[in-house]
Design a protein around this ligand. Structure first.
Ligand code: HEM
Length: 488
């Protein structure tokens, strides 16, 4: 009897210590249940709405306990900026979880930390610059892909279509040209399948899902957490990348460096001579995987939101068409037109704001125990920046739920001002999106070129597709069809 009572008291004490005593200084959280914490109090795929409610109740910085794991959610532009930018020396690592332990195994750019991340990010940025990042030649490459997409759209002659697949091929081809030195045909079944696998990974992994936080759950039988599907998809994508790398190795000529993979192989050779092994084959596979994955899904999702907002706001579409017609007419769109087309710029910003493309960013963690806002952030704790809370922050954006590109224009019709400066769809700080410039170029050129040729109309004016998306890594519109009507 005494043993039983002791056991019960020990259990209660340990539970209290685990959920209360051990977290005295952590940001506040909804009440935790013993052992499971906050599991069951919100569905990971509804995190955006749940986190909005928790923020109202517990403040800008709150924490959640998912089983034994603490996750801190940071809301509002200023807190995210303070942690990732001002304290970027502390908050630029990736925590344990699916990205670090499974997708990247600490290699590459997206999931690595510390000196390995710095080395790969610096190398990648320099190499990508050599192959066009930030240069005029990239604009031509993008426009070649835009033309290919326009031809595909043309073939449908105004029938309602789901643009997702051709758009994904077109956008992925840009990063493939830079990284693989080759592009793929719209009818290439293998490439289409690969993009499908990637899209499925983006669908199945949310910042706060069990699988994301506990990648070991992929071993649970019957694929309950879809971890085996994610694993299979990843294996297939990696073997595709390895095949391309092997072909590059066979034809490698140090006097003829054509793409990112060549540049990496060159660096590998140089470093081997110095007996430095940081540029390994595995490192190359993961870095290429990162660029391919991060560089396609996100932009496709943003453009799909753009088309959706255009059919929901025909007045804004009319204004855009007039603006483009009056200022550049049928001239081939160029990046230097951005300043001349402030309404397009403002529209793109509003799509990024309302589309909320990567709502919870990519997880960060502090590299040491840290105090901020009166709370402790223990070394290695998962920190999710609720980027959506910053993009729709009522302290920055008036009437934040309203789609209104004009908010980014000043009295002279120029696209600038505080609201623009506080936009962080690409995150902020040292880990800010590596492809931000490429993405901004793509969004502008695709939109202008498509709107020069087509007006976008709904399949059924009486029944518009929903503006409620699906939360995975990105927040994607659900499948929908629109008509691209040739402008006379
Ligand atoms: C509209 C399109 C895009 C959006 C909204 C977007 C957004 C983001 C966000 C929120 C992050 C996380 C930053 C952080 O950890 O705090 C990120 C990281 C990253 N993005 Fe993008 N991205 C886009 C397009 C691209 C493109 C076209 C590339 C092509 C190279 C790219 C490559 C990367 C890479 C490599 C990282 C990891 C950076 C690091 O960990 O150091 N992204 N992106």
């Amino acid at each position: 009897m005494i043993t039983a009572i002791l056991c019960v008291f020990s259990f209660l004490f340990l539970t209290w210590w685990f959920f209360a005593g051990g977290r005295i200084n952590l940001p506040p959280s909804p009440p935790c249940f013993p052992l499971i914490g906050n599991v069951g109090q919100f569905a990971p795929e509804d995190s955006i709405v749940a986190f909005r409610k928790f923020r109202k109740k517990y403040g800008d910085i709150f924490s959640l306990k998912i089983f034994h794991k603490t996750v801190i959610i940071v809301n509002g532009h200023d807190h995210i900026y303070n942690l990732f930018m001002k304290h970027g020396d502390v908050f630029s690592d990736r925590p344990a979880g699916i990205l670090k332990d499974f997708f990247s195994k600490g290699k590459g750019v997206l999931g690595s930390s510390g000196s390995s991340w710095k080395e790969q990010r610096t190398f990648s940025l320099n190499a990508l610059r050599k192959f066009g990042f930030g240069k005029r030649c990239l604009e031509n490459q993008i426009m070649d892909e835009v033309r290919g997409l326009l031809e595909v759209i043309e073939k449908f002659e105004g029938q309602a279509i789901d643009i997702e697949e051709p758009l994904a091929i077109s956008i992925a081809n840009i990063i493939c040209s830079i990284v693989f030195g080759k592009r793929f045909d719209y009818n290439d079944l293998k490439f289409k399948h690969l993009l499908f696998l990637l899209n499925q990974i983006f669908h199945l992994t949310t910042g706060s899902s069990f699988l994301t936080l506990f990648p070991a759950l992929r071993h649970v039988p019957f694929d309950i957490f879809k971890g085996q599907t994610v694993q299979r998809n990843l294996d297939e994508i990696q073997s595709f990348i390895k095949e391309i790398i092997d072909n590059h190795r066979l034809c490698f000529d140090k006097n003829n460096i054509n793409d990112f993979i060549d540049a990496f192989l060159m660096e590998q050779q140089n470093q081997e001579m110095e007996r430095n092994t940081a540029f390994t084959d595995e490192q190359l596979v993961v870095t290429v995987q990162d660029l391919f994955a991060a560089g396609s899904e996100t932009t496709v999702t943003t453009l799909r939101w753009a088309f959706l907002f255009l059919i929901h706001h025909p007045d804004i579409q009319t204004k855009l068409l007039k603006h483009i017609d009056e200022i550049i007419g049928e001239a081939v769109p160029q990046i230097e037109h951005r300043e001349k087309l402030p309404y397009v710029e403002a529209f793109v910003l509003e799509v990024l704001r309302m589309g909320n493309i990567v709502p919870l960013g990519v997880p960060h963690c502090p590299n040491r125990d840290f105090e901020y806002g009166g709370y402790s952030f223990p070394n290695g704790v998962t920190v999710l920046a609720n980027l959506g809370s910053a993009l729709q922050d009522p302290n920055i954006f008036n009437n934040p739920q309203k789609f209104q590109p004009e908010r980014f224009l000043d009295e002279d019709g120029k696209c600038k001002g505080t609201q623009k400066d506080k936009m962080i769809p690409f995150s902020t700080g040292r880990r800010v999106c590596l492809g931000e410039n490429l993405a901004r170029m793509e969004l502008f050129l695709y939109l202008v070129a498509i709107l020069q040729k087509f007006e976008i109309q709904p399949e059924d004016t009486g029944d518009l597709p929903s503006l409620k998306g699906h939360l995975g890594i990105t927040y994607m519109p659900k499948p929908y069809k629109v008509k691209f009507i040739r402008r006379s």
